[in-house]
Write a protein that binds this ligand. Structure first.
Ligand SMILES: NC(=O)c1ccc[n+]([C@@H]2O[C@H](COP(=O)([O-])OP(=O)(O)OC[C@H]3O[C@@H](n4cnc5c(N)ncnc54)[C@H](OP(=O)(O)O)[C@@H]3O)[C@@H](O)[C@H]2O)c1
Length: 317
């Protein structure tokens, strides 16, 4: 008889009342997959957007679905073609947006999206790396072309993505202006921000300053608004594709000097190895705001939905 596990399941899209933590069958890994005993799973705004049905184009209309895109834990079983992992390995798993299923006691992930866990951090911290960590890295390095002395403004600097972005910016020796509410000023300064703007007191667009990169981690200010605060060849990067960004990127990309780009995070082994090196060298720390149990998944998602998290919200199993 196949064994069962607890999982956060939805039978249709909707609010938190759609989630039921119940017994389901433990999945079996395919030939190129590992079965992970989940010790922690990170909550992302994506999770409540998916639960509402906001990413249906990727998540489809087949139910039941187990929520959750990323986790950390131990390998319990490997498919017969898996080369790099063995039972007992401590790993980070990214089943991803199409597959989901990380808010459960066990999950399968492809070997390609399973990564070794940095040794000096907890499962809770490790579970936050594929989405928030790599979104910050890929936004600043690949889209923003960050370099030494770049003037970088991070809007939403105290959130899950923003807290990584400040530290990654400092690794690239950039000059970081962090935008957050005043209560989070000490947090972002502690992570290395050179300057803090409290958005409840002052609009960063009205200061007359210019930036080489404006990374709007929370996508609250449009490219149109931000243009005036960009240096002549400055780059605006946000985390939610919008029409103005798409137009700039694809239609006018060759003719305009100020660029706009939207990130779509792609967890991969090379970038996860880079993160692991920085974490093991203690150049990046993972900020955790609140930890919930699997049974409290609805509370955890409700807290994330307030958009007031300071760093990451995590499920611990
Ligand atoms: N495209 C992708 O691949 C991708 C990947 C990851 C995330 N995302 C998206 O990126 C966004 C951010 O993700 P996250 O995990 O960082 O979210 P989060 O952790 O929930 O962000 C919370 C932070 O947002 C800040 N905030 C709220 N309103 C603000 C405002 N008006 N101005 C400035 N800051 C404000 C809050 O700061 P205060 O408390 O100081 O107000 C809080 O610290 C989400 O929309 C998510 O879906 C996209």
């Amino acid at each position: 008889m196949q064994s069962t596990m607890k999982a956060a399941v939805i039978d249709k899209y909707g609010g938190n009342d759609m989630i039921e933590v119940k017994d389901v069958l433990v999945p079996s890994p395919g030939p190129h997959e590992v079965l992970i005993r989940v010790r922690a799973a990170a909550i992302n705004p994506l999770d409540w957007k998916i639960r509402y049905g906001g990413a249906k184009i990727l998540t489809g209309s087949k139910f039941p679905k187990i929520l959750g895109s990323e986790c950390a834990g131990e390998v319990m079983e490997t498919g017969r073609k898996v080369k790099h992992f063995n039972n007992g390995d401590q790993v980070i798993g990214y089943p991803g947006i199409r597959r989901l299923s990380a808010f459960a006691e066990y999950v399968c992930a492809s070997e390609q999206t399973t990564f070794s866990k940095p040794k000096n951090i907890t499962f809770e911290q490790a579970s936050a790396l594929p989405i928030a960590g790599l979104t910050a890295l890929q936004s600043l390095r690949d889209l923003g072309h960050i370099a030494r002395d770049s003037r970088v403004l991070i809007n939403g600097a105290s959130g899950g993505v923003g807290t990584f972005a400040i530290q990654i910016g400092k690794i690239f020796e950039a000059n970081i202006t962090a935008v957050c509410s005043g209560t989070n000023a000490d947090l972002v300064k502690g992570l290395g921000a050179d300057r803090v703007i409290d958005y409840t007191q002052k609009d960063f667009l009205e200061s007359g300053e210019h930036y080489d990169i404006i990374f709007d981690a929370v996508s609250k200010r449009s490219f149109g608004e931000c243009k005036k605060a960009l240096a002549p060849t400055g780059i605006y990067v946000n985390t939610l594709p919008s029409l103005s960004v798409l137009l700039n990127q694809f239609l006018m990309g060759f003719f305009v000097r100020k660029k706009a780009k939207s990130v779509m995070v792609k967890p991969n082994a090379t970038d996860m190895e880079w993160m692991k090196m920085q974490i093991e060298a203690r150049k990046i720390s993972i900020v955790i705001d609140r930890v919930y149990s699997l049974e409290q998944v609805s509370e955890a998602l409700a807290y994330s939905e307030t958009e007031k998290a300071k760093g990451k919200v995590i499920l611990s199993l």
